[in-house]
Write a protein that binds this ligand. Sequence first.
Ligand SMILES: [Zn+2]
Length: 246
Amino acid sequence: MREVAKDVFCVGGTDVNWVLVRDGSDLTLIDSGWLGDREAVEESIRAIGHRPQDVRAILLTHAHLDHMGALNHMHDQYGTPVYMDPAEVTQARDGHLEQASPMDVALRAWRPSVLAWSYRIMRAGALKHLKIPHALPFPSEGALDLPGHPVPVACHGHSSGHSAYHLPGAGVVATGDALVTAHPTARSAGPQLLPSFFSYSPRAALAALDVLGELSADVLVPGHGAPWRGALSDAAARARRHVLKE
Ligand SMILES: [Zn+2]
């Protein structure tokens, strides 16, 4: 776990990150790992001196299994609501996810390190079916009335309703899978898009970099890879160059 800015924590699960944002005694959780990361999510909350009940809401970047694992548990145990872009709600509720299967990935990005990763994620729940019946769209436009006042930033492409979350006060953007800094299927580290076979619309995913590049922040916390320090415009430019190199 790393405190990437005051009261903003990036936590690593099974090859995926979630983010805790603190405001006094209250927390916002952004994403929630795999099903197998459920306990690790609760431990991370306790590690910063809080209880799971302190989480006022969970914000989902997108309805893929590696980000939605603890949502039902948190809702069943503590009544924690989960909000997301309106365009992502149906997939989350129905469980018809726009997601590459471990087999798709193994066929397209075969390498020993990818095989080891496939094994890890299958143990963490990559073959499970998951529905989030309580999935809700954002309750309001603009900054949300939640700890850290996160501002949803629509960056559709990786999935049809993918959202990043800007924390203007902390100078942080949680980019989910719209802009990552590493992935077991990637050849190098640094700001980049995920390989195109992970995306619902690779074209929209590329265009979303323009939106992210305009945000005023100096820390990027991705869904996969280490947090990255620097201007978001620079991160977006690096990701565009990375696409050209691949
Ligand atoms: Zn992901």
